[in-house]
Design a protein around this ligand. Structure first.
Ligand code: HEC
Ligand code: HEC
Length: 258
């Protein structure tokens, strides 16, 4: 059901906009972001080895097309607006940096993250097949991935699912001492190193991922992070995730040089 085109009108919209903007969109798609030219720049050993993802990371995403892909495929689980579900089964994607979205999809596809629900949609060939009726032969898999990631990055974050708020001072201290180096001083992450935005993420999702990283269940986790949090107590975990879930993105947080 996710593969069916729910709104045939979009086909018409895409045709129309393609006809109108063919010249500019072709040059845009061919254009590589100057700061995104080699895989080595993508966080060194954090760089993905999945070929389609490497290609996608070098492409300029088309936000309008990304929105169509998102609405056709992703919003069934991640919800319209990208804020996920209150229980945190489906994470908030809104506001996540495009490099992180691409890397995580590649990791899920490569089996480095357990995500059986999403697996069929993380397969880039499936993404390509699912969008065939929208884009005809116009787009290949990596371009659809770049498009959907570019769109997700533009969505404003608005998850309101936070922790209990009873130990925030401790959470702030734990964060400042352990997490700033990679996730930034308020959870904004790093575009070029694939460090995820964690500010304002759903508290329950944060707790699940944090536990999985600590227990080694999430196999793509950064080993330095695993080592750092190994001695964390239950109190530390609850408090730091509560604090993180209350942070907000600030202007300038998506600077590709960060
Ligand atoms: C059938 C449901 C489903 C669909 C459809 C789906 N996802 Fe997901 N997605 C999930 C689940 C569940 C998780 C969380 C897995 C976990 O807990 O590790 C997830 C996780 C992710 C993550 C990792 C988030 C993070 O913070 O690390 C990204 C990125 C993502 N999805 C992108 C997408 C995109 C883009 C699409 C559309 C092309 C999509 N998903 C379609 C269920 C889905
Ligand atoms: C050495 C760098 C580093 C440090 C220090 C670090 N992290 Fe991470 N963290 C990462 C990377 C890299 C990822 C993404 C791993 C991947 O590619 O899947 C991540 C992922 C996460 C995630 C999962 C996010 C998601 O969207 O799925 C959470 C939650 C998290 N970190 C919280 C923390 C907290 C809280 C601290 C401090 C206690 C911390 N991290 C310290 C590098 C770090």
């Amino acid at each position: 059901m996710f593969f069916s085109s729910k709104h045939p009108i979009r086909l018409f919209i895409v045709f129309l906009s393609t006809a109108l903007c063919i010249g500019s969109s072709l040059s845009l798609q061919a254009q590589e972001k100057s700061n995104l030219t080699s895989t080595a720049e993508f966080g060194g050993k954090w760089g993905t080895k999945v070929e389609e993802a490497i290609k996608a990371l070098k492409l300029q995403g088309n936000i309008e097309d990304g929105q169509i892909i998102y609405e056709e495929i992703c919003e069934a689980c991640h919800q319209p607006g990208g804020n996920g579900d209150p229980a945190g089964n489906f994470p908030q994607l809104a506001g996540q940096q495009s490099t992180v979205v691409i890397k995580q999809i590649a990791d899920i596809r490569a089996g480095n993250r357990d995500n059986p629900t999403m697996y069929p949609f993380a397969n880039i060939e499936a993404l390509r097949a699912a969008t065939e009726d929208i884009f005809d032969e116009e787009k290949d898999g990596p371009q659809t991935l770049a498009d959907v990631a570019a769109f997700i990055q533009t969505l404003p974050m608005s998850s309101s699912i936070k922790g209990p708020g009873n130990d925030l001072e401790h959470g702030e201290k734990v964060y400042a001492e352990n997490c700033v180096r990679c996730h930034g001083d308020h959870g904004q992450g790093s575009f070029k190193n694939y460090y995820p935005v964690i500010a304002g993420q759903n508290y329950h999702y944060l707790m699940r991922q944090f536990r999985w990283i600590k227990e080694g269940k999430r196999r793509n986790a950064n080993p330095e992070m695993v080592e750092q949090i190994a001695r964390f107590t239950e109190r530390d975990m609850l408090a730091v995730m509560d604090w993180v879930s209350r942070q907000k993105l600030q202007p300038g947080d998506w600077d590709p040089n960060n």
